[in-house]
Design a protein around this ligand. Structure first.
Ligand code: FMN
Length: 145
């Protein structure tokens, strides 16, 4: 199995980011469940941060399709790890729209990604733990789709 975490930039078009997220959620929850992919998709300030994990060939296949999706660009793979166990076993690609959310500051995703890029102290495992801890935030159920 492998785990991939990447960031990308939403390409604004006729459809709002909220509607695009909902569209992605419906497609992903169906396809991912049938293909043993678990993970989460976060969105804030035109930035997607997605963690996905599963069998190598299934993850590769999904990454290939994702890369040609014209709703986002600048796919930047932050983490790519061979894994023995899942980090997000209970998450069927929940989409979490952090836009205009009081729960997290509006620069949460940007800061998380910048900290990881600087690579000062955060290891792959630390980065994944940070994403997991966001999901464990007690108020987050209300904004998970
Ligand atoms: C940020 C982002 C994340 C996505 N995540 C998934 C996903 O986890 N699973 C999935 O099947 N499709 C996902 N999609 C949608 C795919 O890129 C693609 O549109 C969809 O799988 C249909 O593929 P097809 O048009 O080649 O049939 C995502 C799209 C974007 C923009």
């Amino acid at each position: 199995m492998k785990l991939v975490v990447y960031s990308s930039q939403f390409i604004p078009g006729d459809i709002s980011s909220a509607d695009v997220l909902e569209d992605i959620r419906i497609i992903s929850q169906d396809w991912n469940q049938r293909n043993e992919i678990t993970g989460v998709l976060l969105f804030q300030n035109q930035t997607f941060l997605q963690a996905l994990e599963g069998p190598d060939d299934k993850v590769d296949n999904l990454m290939q399709r994702l890369s040609s999706d014209c709703r986002h660009r600048n796919i930047d793979i932050l983490v790519q790890l061979a894994i023995q166990h899942r980090y997000f076993p209970d998450w069927n690609m929940a989409t979490i729209d952090l836009q205009n959310e009081a729960l997290f500051a509006q620069d949460t995703l940007a800061k998380l990604i910048a900290a990881y890029r600087k690579n000062v102290r955060i290891t792959d495992a630390g980065f994944i733990t940070l994403i997991q801890s966001m999901l464990n935030n007690s108020g987050i159920e209300k904004i998970i789709n």
